[in-house]
Every structure is written in C-alpha cells, then in structure tokens.
Design a protein around this ligand. Structure first.
Ligand SMILES: [Zn+2]
Length: 68
C-alpha cells in the first residue's frame, strides 16, 4: 500500500473566492467551493477571524468561551 503524501496542487482546483482579513487586509483565505464558516487565526496578523464562506466575508471573531 502506498502512503499518501498529502500534497495538493492548488492550480488543479477551481478557486471561487478570496476573503481578506478584517483586521490587516493582508491575510487572505482562498475558497475552492467552500461552504459554511470557519474560525482560524489570520496567518499575517495572527488575530482570530471568522471566515464566512456562504457570504464570502470575514468577521472579527471573539474567542469562544468555555464553561468551567
Ligand atoms: Zn490579519
């Protein structure tokens, strides 16, 4: 059995949107048919962003609070 190398060539995918970081406008996330929302830190400024792929917008996210 061959091991997968987990490398994808992004040129093979159809990019449908680019969303800019709402803080620095330099960090970007690229959608390839993505749907729904994702929270992740901007790779440029490091702040927490909620990326909304349904509306193709990004929001300044507040960290989720966990009950203790
Ligand atoms: Zn940013």
């Amino acid at each position: 059995m061959e091991a997968l190398d987990l490398v994808m060539n992004l040129n093979d995918l159809e990019q449908d949107a680019v969303i800019e970081c709402p803080y620095c406008h330099k960090g970007k996330t690229y959608s390839y048919g993505a749907r729904g929302m994702e929270s992740s830190n901007c790779h440029v400024c490091g702040r927490l962003v909620l990326w909304d792929f349904d509306r193709m917008m990004a929001f300044k996210a507040r960290a989720r609070k966990y009950a203790s």
